[in-house]
Write a new protein. Structure first.
Length: 97
């Protein structure tokens, strides 16, 4: 068995980057899809290694932010019926609050 490297086109990732709280972020659902895992699996790994995810790298959306994302991003409509608030991951560990 060989490990194939899957290259992603920039436009595949570009539309998944959102601007929330003044930061460029990707939501857990999009990251999980890019990694080929379920969102709950990604979030479980984050919970098990919470010390690796400081507040300036990851935050949880509010209900209002979640609703705005669902309204404005067609590809995230599946979050509409999820009772869980999504996590957002910043691109920069030194992002300013």
């Amino acid at each position: 068995m060989t490990n194939a490297i899957k290259l992603l086109a920039p436009e595949t990732i570009g539309h998944r980057i959102l601007f929330i709280r003044g930061q460029k972020v990707m939501l857990d659902a999009d990251l999980a899809e890019l990694y080929g895992v379920e969102t709950r699996t990604l979030n479980q790994a984050v919970r098990r290694n919470v010390e690796r995810f400081p507040a300036d790298f990851m935050f949880q959306l509010t209900q209002e932010e979640k609703q705005e994302v669902i309204t404005n991003c067609d590809h995230l409509a599946r979050l509409k019926f999820s009772p869980v608030l999504p996590n957002a991951f910043t691109a920069d560990l030194k992002a300013k609050k």
